[in-house]
Design a protein around this ligand. Structure first.
Ligand SMILES: [Zn+2]
Length: 353
């Protein structure tokens, strides 16, 4: 009986063949890895040299800027080897809030010397609503249905109708009657509550507030959105500002109630983070209890005397600034709010903390 016919020997030969094949594959793979490592090493050497040269160029340019009278450029992760986590807080905030758009150099809203103008009325409003007077606002007498009423004023309310749809214009006609009891002029109430020729409707105003307050969209982008997406002609940054200011006043009771509630809690969370507002370093403060959260911006980050909502000062120890007891540490002090901050100032709560 020959050896190759022995089943044990045949198995061993097959195993050796398989191992040799596998060894060849590993050799190929190793060779390919070696070439890849060599290629990466060459690339790395090239990048190290390039990085060194770029850093030298940045240093030279920074020195040149300083020589030309420019302000000293702070070293950060974009122009030096300083890691992002070791940048100054102001630098980190600036990076986080840096806009990709070129600044126009002008403040938001209506520009100095710009003459504001009311929106022109349209000749063909989509809807007309008549508002007749039912009771006299002076003496409370009922105006009879058959009493003569004259239209003494019209106002047009412009509201968004949908994406890429022309805005919907509703004309409100205000009627006036002579009161049969006190003989004074009795005017009907207009739903918009505005005496202007034209006004923007509730849907449009709600969208502007949502984009600004919830989505933090800038004034110019909101104005652009209203013009391009909702076809509201000549919608300006100034109009965005006016809508926000007008509606912020309506929310003051809500802000006050929130502060009151958080102030009554036994303990509340508190933290802040840097942000640039109108090129000024400000701080977004957050006061939080189990149920509510109160966020506001302020110029101050100080712990010993910080303005909270422009109305509150605290005396919270630095180590305790993430958890504190409002009832013990918040003291009313009437702080000053810098101009231009977008969030409305809080009012003094009715119940002292
Ligand atoms: Zn009357």
């Amino acid at each position: 009986m020959s050896l190759d016919r022995n089943p044990t020997v045949t198995d061993a030969i097959e195993a050796i063949k398989a191992l040799r094949e596998e060894l060849d594959n590993v050799k190929d793979e190793l060779s390919s890895c070696k070439s890849e490592v060599s290629r990466l090493n060459r690339n790395n050497t090239h990048l190290v040299v390039e990085n060194k040269s770029l850093k030298a160029e940045v240093t030279r340019l920074m020195a040149e800027i300083e020589k030309l009278g420019g302000s000293k450029v702070e070293k950060d992760s974009t122009n030096s080897s300083v890691p992002p986590t070791q940048q100054s807080i102001a630098g980190q905030a600036a990076l986080r809030t840096r806009s990709l758009r070129e600044p126009s150099g002008r403040p938001s809203g209506g520009q100095k010397g710009h003459v504001g103008h009311e929106l022109a009325k349209t000749a063909n409003p989509a809807k007309k609503e008549e508002h007749r007077v039912g009771t006299c606002p002076h003496c409370g007498a009922v105006i009879p249905e058959d009493a003569e009423q004259v239209c003494t004023m019209t106002t047009q309310v412009i509201d968004i109708a949908g994406i890429l749809a022309e805005p919907e214009v509703t004309e409100h006609l205000r009627y006036t009657a002579i009161c049969p009891h006190c003989h004074k002029k009795a005017h009907a109430k207009l739903p918009s509550g505005s005496g202007k020729k034209t006004a923007y409707g509730p849907k449009l105003q709600a969208l502007v507030i949502y984009l600004s307050v919830v989505q933090s969209v800038t004034f110019d982008r909101i104005a652009e959105t209203m013009r391009d997406v909702f076809c509201v002609k000549s919608f300006s940054e100034g109009t965005v500002k006016n809508i926000l200011e007008r509606n912020a006043k309506k929310l003051l009771p809500v802000y006050t109630a929130l502060l009151e509630h958080i102030g009554k809690e036994e303990a509340a969370g508190m933290d802040e983070t840097g942000v640039y507002i109108n090129k000024l370093l400000c701080w977004f403060w957050c006061l939080q209890c189990e149920k509510y959260c109160y966020v506001f911006a302020d110029r101050s980050r100080g712990i010993k005397a910080q303005g909270i909502g422009g109305t509150w000062h605290t005396a919270v120890p630095e180590e305790a600034h993430t958890l504190y007891r409002p009832s013990q540490h918040l003291l009313h002090a009437g702080g000053q709010r810098p101009p231009g901050l977008p969030c409305p100032p809080a009012q003094k709560p009715a119940v002292p903390l």
